[in-house]
Write a protein that binds this ligand. Structure first.
Ligand code: NI
Length: 180
């Protein structure tokens, strides 16, 4: 079990495009995924991407049975997503609050596609292809962005809806946010 240090926004490694994984089912890749998983759980997060622990590879881990923070979201099967592709199935979007391990304590309102198709490989090199809606679609878009050097902060359009959790309480209340 290895809980890794999370890079926080401002660190340049979060803004570079990660490289494709070229070898699957290796001890190094399995170790990376175990570390990502352990680090995610230790931080009570629902997703994490390798660049967030300073590894510039296109690897993300996400999923949860039950999340205290995202109590309103349906469970998502624990997933290892490597070398992903992603496209929107419809042009519909919605806004919701996001946060990130690389910006602990900070929330922002972000627009995302509501219905996507994504594909990629697991750690053994098996290809998979899925459709996702709602929170699942949002989470995958957030993690996918990390692999291409983007963090959610750059997608916030209105900075009245961005900031530290304690300071946003009133905004959460007045916008009918699901965040408490
Ligand atoms: Ni994140």
């Amino acid at each position: 079990m290895a809980i890794r240090k999370i890079l926080r926004f401002g660190n340049g490694h979060l803004y570079s495009e990660a490289s494709l994984v070229t070898q699957f089912n290796t001890p190094e890749l399995h170790q990376l995924i175990e570390d990502l998983h352990d680090t995610m759980l230790a931080n009570e997060a629902v997703g994490i991407a390798a660049p967030q622990i300073g590894i510039p590879l296109q690897v993300a881990v996400f999923g949860f049975e039950k999340s205290e923070q995202f109590y309103y979201a349906d469970p998502i099967k624990k997933t290892v997503l490597i070398n992903p592709s992603l496209k929107a199935i419809s042009t519909d979007t919605n806004e919701d609050w996001e946060d990130c391990l690389s910006a602990a304590g900070i929330h922002g309102l972000v627009t995302r596609f509501t219905h996507i198709q994504y594909s990629g490989y697991d750690q053994f090199g098996n290809f998979f292809n899925r459709e996702a809606e709602g929170f699942h679609a949002r989470l995958v878009q957030h993690e996918y962005d990390h692999l291409f050097g983007k963090i959610f902060i750059s997608k916030v359009k209105d900075y009245r809806y961005f900031g530290f959790e304690e300071e946003l309480r009133e905004v959460f209340n007045t916008t009918g946010s699901k965040l408490r």
